[in-house]
Design a protein around this ligand. Structure first.
Ligand code: 5GP
Length: 190
């Protein structure tokens, strides 16, 4: 049996981390993806409890007060946090736990759980990142500008990560992410 590991995947919004995680999840038998809590409004097609746990500001504050979050941060003007108990339960059960969270959260997790594996997903270039964000068609100009500003800051924090994968080609990047997870999981086999 493999021991539980914690993989924290971050990178600028639009770098493709969500798509990569969805490609890799079905290929890792014991993977489990954490569902974050957020105060952001659901986007079209997003389901409460599946994509996020959508909360009001009061409910989110209560979670913080109750020490229910492993980490939390304000990202693009909304609050996001990782529910603590489910993550610890799945790690203890021997799962490969995956968090898809921002850089502030990732660095908090590394402080609390130093064995966590931090993976940064970088876009091939900032121009390509902006093109992808526009292509989504879900964000206003103001939001795109905010996300590009945050992306520049996030890129500067790359050296704090254990590994950085550039998402130039989706299939190749997914293979690299899968290989990283499988290698780390094999290292911690009983
Ligand atoms: P989006 O609103 O596009 O789904 O996510 C915006 C950003 O919030 C992304 O960078 C995403 O990784 C990050 N995020 C999602 N969940 C969490 C979380 O639980 N904690 C932190 N710190 N960031 C999160």
């Amino acid at each position: 049996m493999r021991r539980g590991n914690l993989f924290v995947i971050s990178g600028p919004s639009g770098a493709g981390k969500g798509t990569l995680v969805q490609m890799v999840l079905p290929r890792v038998a014991d993977a489990w993806l954490s569902v974050s809590a957020t105060t952001r409004q659901p986007r079209e097609g997003e389901v409460d409890g599946v994509h996020y746990q959508f909360l009001g500001e009061d409910e989110f504050s209560r979670l913080i007060d109750e020490d229910g979050l492993l980490e939390w941060a304000c990202v693009h003007g909304c609050h996001y946090g990782t529910p603590k108990s489910t993550v610890l339960e799945h790690m203890n059960a021997g799962d490969q736990v995956i968090l898809e969270i921002d850089v502030q959260g990732a660095l908090q997790v590394k402080e609390i759980i130093p064995e966590a594996h931090l993976v940064f997903i970088a876009p091939p270039s900032m121009e390509e990142l902006e093109r992808r964000l526009r292509g989504r068609g879900t964000e206003t100009e103001e939001k795109i500008a905010l996300r590009m500003g945050n992306a520049r800051h996030e890129m500067e924090l790359r050296p704090k990560y254990d590994v950085c994968l550039t998402n130039d080609n989706l299939d190749e990047c997914a293979d690299a992410l899968l290989a990283y997870i499988e290698n780390k999981a094999l290292e911690t086999r009983y």
